[in-house]
Design a protein. Structure first.
Length: 256
């Protein structure tokens, strides 16, 4: 019995020495888990506030390429000066974001500002180019410009939604995923991105259809309408004649 008591006493002394060494290595008290901005515990510190992550920069670059592609599609010169100013403003916004609290209105406004600018520039390109081309502006052009404008307003409204209406966007990126703002923001963003992509695809398909139709109605040697093109234009003129009352003259001759 005496040996058993001595063994227990030595075990308690050894455990006490281990605890004292652990406390001495870490300071006066054992380390405690860090508390996040919302009240939960986490092992790793939150990322620095105000940093535009790689995904945000990649998306901003995609919007820049989208505007260049829109200018190419509408056969107009890209507004290089405006795009360069937008990129410069984006760099300034990223610099100003450093150190700002994540939930502040100014921080959210500066974060979403570059995306708003890029979408607004895209709407301007579509409206300007479609209004100045000979064929005029088609309905799909107006629809595409409308969705680009709505997407721009969506980015501009995010700071108001996050700070004033939906009780913030979370103290950390992890907390952001569980907020109502994240659900509303991501859903609206997905709708506008998919709608814009479908409209761009529709414009490309219409361009292909117009090109194929023009080739089938035009003589490749002279560039004039062939018989099919002539008959379709003639039928259209005959249908419109009762509306405007204009006389129709038909001249037929053969060129060898």
């Amino acid at each position: 019995m005496g040996n058993l008591c001595n063994t227990r006493e030595r075990n308690r002394d050894g455990l006490g020495q281990v605890q004292r060494r652990a406390i001495g290595a870490g300071g006066d008290r054992p380390p405690r888990p860090r508390r996040s901005g919302v009240g939960g515990f986490q092992d790793d510190p939150p990322p620095p506030n105000g940093r535009l992550d790689a995904r945000g920069l990649a998306f901003l670059g995609a919007l820049l390429l989208l505007n260049i592609g829109l200018a190419h599609r509408y056969e107009t010169v890209p507004p290089r000066l405006v795009l360069a100013l937008a990129v410069a403003v984006s760099v300034v916004c990223v610099a100003l974001l450093q150190g700002m609290p994540r939930g502040s209105f100014l921080r959210n406004f500066l974060y979403q500002g570059p995306f708003f600018l890029m979408q607004a520039i895209g709407m301007f390109i579509v409206l300007r180019a479609s209004a100045t081309r000979p064929a005029g502006r088609h309905r799909i052009d107006a629809l595409l410009a409308s969705f680009l404008g709505l997407s721009a307003l969506h980015y501009l409204s995010k700071p108001f939604l996050a700070v004033m209406m939906l009780h913030g966007n979370g103290g950390t990126p992890q907390d952001y995923l569980s907020t109502t703002y994240a659900m509303v923001s991501q859903t609206m963003g997905a709708v506008f991105v998919v709608a814009t992509a479908l409209l761009l695809l529709a414009t490309l398909i219409l361009d292909m259809v117009r090109d194929i139709t023009a080739r089938s109605e035009t003589d490749s040697l002279s560039g004039l309408l062939n018989r099919r093109g002539f008959e379709e234009r003639l039928a259209d003129l005959v249908e419109r004649r009762p509306l405007d009352g204009m006389p129709i003259s038909l001249v037929i001759f053969d060129l060898d």
